[in-house]
Design a protein around this ligand. Structure first.
Ligand code: ADP
Ligand code: MN
Length: 516
């Protein structure tokens, strides 16, 4: 592959000196070469020039893996292959470091020690590439290209009498096996055996082949095509590293593609792996919600979190990146509360920074449809309505939460039931705007089911009272909202005077119950 050419042609590569200084391959060499026209036309020369370039560039890739990538700034990610190699190197290095720690721990002060050398990922002979670097200019012969393998004729032997050589001959087989090594994936390190007269026994060859195939499969998992086309474009390098790590650790099997790109998050589908380190069982299918780290979209969400007492102390001290992580954290906590109350919702698998992995609602990569996108029979519609009424009550009473973005967009229809999703913005009812949010939720639900022909559906005010247990009697919307705001104000005053919020709002319009 002409990797230099690919890097230069990548659409996001910046032109001019800025790009050149950032490109991990460095600036393209401008050495002028004088030669005849025949030479210019020669394929051989072209190949050599390319090799020369690649050879000159290779050490830089190694250097990049040690430095800038880990700090995460100014990385040129135009080459997938390079990125993957850098990641692999980093993973291998981490693995080896852990191995060394374990080796040290086991050996302790003992005079007899056990070596874990053979289990290392970065094998000693390929960790220092400078030693066996080949100077391409010195030779026209490509040592990595095997000479034409000698073929054994159909009948399976050559020669006559005692000079007969069969296809099972050790020397012939050995040479052939060595030549066949070049069919392994290009990334697979086989050493420089091809240039020598190295004879591999069938047993060694088969072991190598097996290993090469499993390496190829592992690499294929990391380079899953779909993941490249969607995931890669949608997430930044740091997120990509997090996702790679999840696959590499075996927690996820594959990330298959993107389900949704919203203003504030991107959701991916993944098949769960069987991670040995996590004590939890990973669901067979997972949804990965990546909270976007571009901050603009989150500015108008301040009001949800700023006034949430659970996050109050932390909010003022945090930088914007951490605030976004807090959204993910909030979603996780809220989902857990809901799960504990038995409300149908995704089950949290793991939270890593701004990436939340949860169970997938849907099947075979197809997400369950949103309530707005399904046509339900009137019977199912009624069933869905009562289920939601129930869930809203449970959410309020058992989880002490108001969804705050409840609508037919955030309810999925799966297995003949309604599932609630998207709860990063959910707040406790005593949040300064909690009751207003609840009222808005009630309006959405009420309107959806009334339009959907559910005659039993309560109107928004009745629904609000049914969910909250409050008894606001105003029968027009303006007054109703004024009462809601009065209640919220009373709560805020209480916070001002007593330094703490109300534990809950009272039912039946009595004075609120104070949490003393
Ligand atoms: P946003 O803040 O972008 O609305 P959501 O949590 O609502 O984030 O997710 C966006 C979309 O992704 C949802 O509408 C749904 O289609 C899909 N989705 C999210 N979580 C899951 C899940 N656990 N299972 C299946 N689909 C999901
Ligand atoms: Mn949503």
């Amino acid at each position: 592959m002409d990797s230099v050419g690919v890097a230069a042609a990548a659409p996001d590569a910046r032109p001019g000196p800025a790009w050149q200084s950032k490109c991990p391959w460095g600036a393209p060499s401008t050495t002028s070469i004088s030669c005849s026209l025949a030479d210019v036309m020669s394929e051989q020369l072209a190949k050599e020039l390319q090799l020369e370039e690649e050879n000159a560039a290779f050490p830089e890739v190694v250097a990049a893996a040690e430095g800038p990538f880990i700090t995460g700034e100014n990385i040129d990610t135009s080459s997938d292959l390079m990125l993957a190699q850098m990641l692999q190197m980093e993973f291998d290095r981490e693995y080896d470091a852990q191995l060394r720690r374990e080796e040290k721990k086991i050996n302790g002060d003992s005079k007899v020690s056990i070596s874990f050398e053979n289990y290392r990922k970065v094998h000693p002979y390929d960790s220092d590439s400078s030693e066996d670097e080949v100077d391409w200019q010195d030779t026209r012969h490509d040592p990595y290209r095997a000479d034409k393998p000698t073929t054994t004729p159909r009948r399976g032997f050559i020669g006559k009498g005692k000079d007969i050589t069969t296809k099972h001959d050790e020397v012939v087989c050995g040479r052939k096996n060595t030549a066949r090594m070049e069919n392994f994936a290009p990334e697979f390190q086989v050493g420089d055996g091809i240039g020598m007269d190295l004879k591999l026994s069938n047993q060694v060859f088969n072991a190598l082949k097996q290993h090469a195939y499993s390496e190829e499969r592992r690499s294929a998992r990391l380079h899953e095509k779909k993941e490249h086309s969607t995931a890669e474009k949608a997430v930044d390098p740091k997120t990509r590293l997090l996702l790679y790590k999840m696959v590499n650790s075996g927690m996820l099997e594959t990330i298959t593609g993107c389900i949704s790109t919203g203003k504030e998050s991107v959701v991916f589908h993944a098949y769960g792996g069987n991670s040995a380190t996590e004590d939890k069982v990973i669901p067979p299918e997972c949804a990965i919600k990546v909270f976007k780290t571009t901050l603009n979209e989150f500015k108008n969400r301040d009001k949800y979190i700023k006034d949430d007492y659970r996050f109050k102390d932390r909010f003022s001290k945090l930088n914007p990146r951490k605030i976004i992580r807090m959204w993910a954290e909030k979603e996780m906590h809220n989902l857990t509360r809901m799960q504990n109350a038995g409300i149908l919702c995704p089950q949290v698998v793991i939270l890593k920074k701004h990436v939340l992995v949860m169970s997938f609602i849907g099947q075979d990569q197809v997400p369950a449809p949103k309530l707005k996108d399904v046509t339900l029979s009137s019977e199912d519609m009624k069933k869905a309505y009562y289920q939601i009424l129930n869930m809203m009550q449970q959410l309020y009473r058992e989880c002490n939460l108001v969804h705050a973005d409840l609508s037919e967009y955030n309810m999925l229809w799966h297995d003949g039931k309604v599932w609630l999703i998207d709860v990063s913005q959910s707040v406790e009812p005593t949040h300064p705007h909690g009751l207003e949010f609840l009222f808005r939720d009630c309006r959405n639900v009420s309107q959806f089911f009334q339009k959907g022909g559910v005659a039993e559906a309560l109107n928004e005010r009745e629904l609000f009272n049914a969910v909250s247990g409050l008894n606001i009697t105003a029968d027009d919307e303006v007054d109703f909202q004024a009462e809601i705001e009065a209640l919220e104000k009373m709560n805020e005053d209480h916070v001002q005077n007593h330094g703490k919020k109300l534990s809950t709002f009272s039912s039946d319009g009595d004075p609120p119950i104070y949490d003393e």
